[in-house]
Design a protein around this ligand. Structure first.
Ligand code: TMP
Length: 204
């Protein structure tokens, strides 16, 4: 089973991915928790290049770099874990390229869709965490870390990214579930568990 978390900045994806992994581990599953960009040594090197504010990539180059990182992540980490029968939970996957580079930066969406179709694994379930701009801004301010290249982009960019995730979720309701992420950590975790339980009972 391959589960992905998607959503804009400050949605709490990393926390929710970890909590779901802990819950599934407690239920007896072997779970691999991973992230993008990254999740394999070479892909983590590309993550540094993509998030650094020293570089200003052209939109197509940025798309290819995300898919290069993803190819490494899939081949070295995700596919081996799925072959071992493990549950894989990834904090971001290909929908992030469509939302950030496609909708956010205006990169060629047909190119991104074509590259996505060539990725040899597809999530069984994608949880799209939906956070209101005010809550997201408050959470990011509380982190007190230097902003990476994407976090530093303006409110217009992040609005387009949010619209992109909403469009992706609406287009693929069988795979995607939108979960409101404005509430507290436990409340969002309960909503995530409810979606996972519902999807598994449908799949069974
Ligand atoms: P993170 O902050 O969730 O760790 O993600 C790193 C940043 O990378 C985040 O701002 C979203 C961005 N990103 C893209 O722009 N395109 C992608 O394909 C992925 C996976 C992430």
């Amino acid at each position: 089973m391959f589960i992905t978390f998607e959503g804009g900045e400050g949605a709490g994806k990393s926390t929710q991915a970890r909590l779901l992994a802990e819950a599934m581990t407690a239920a007896g599953r072997t779970v691999l928790c991973t992230r993008e960009p990254g999740g394999a040594p070479g892909a983590e090197v590309l993550r540094g290049l993509l998030l650094s504010r020293e570089h200003d990539w052209s939109p197509p180059a940025e798309v290819y770099l995300h898919f290069a990182a993803r190819a490494e992540h899939v081949a070295r980490t995700i596919q081996p874990a799925l072959a071992r029968g493990e549950v894989v939970i990834s904090d971001r996957f290909a929908d992030s390229t469509m939302a950030y580079q496609g909708y956010g930066l205006g990169a060629d969406r047909a190119l991104i869709a074509a590259l996505s179709r060539l990725v040899p694994v597809r999530p069984d379930l994608t949880l799209v965490l939906d956070v209101s701009p005010a809550v997201a801004t408050g959470r990011m301010a509380a982190r007190r870390q230097a902003l990476d290249r994407y976090e530093a982009m303006g409110i217009g960019f992040h609005g387009r990214v949010a619209a992109g995730f909403a469009a992706i979720a609406a287009a693929e309701p069988d795979r995607c579930a939108v979960v409101s992420a404005d509430g507290g950590v436990d409340e969002v975790h309960r909503a995530v568990l409810a979606v996972v339980a519902r999807r598994r009972s449908v799949a069974a």
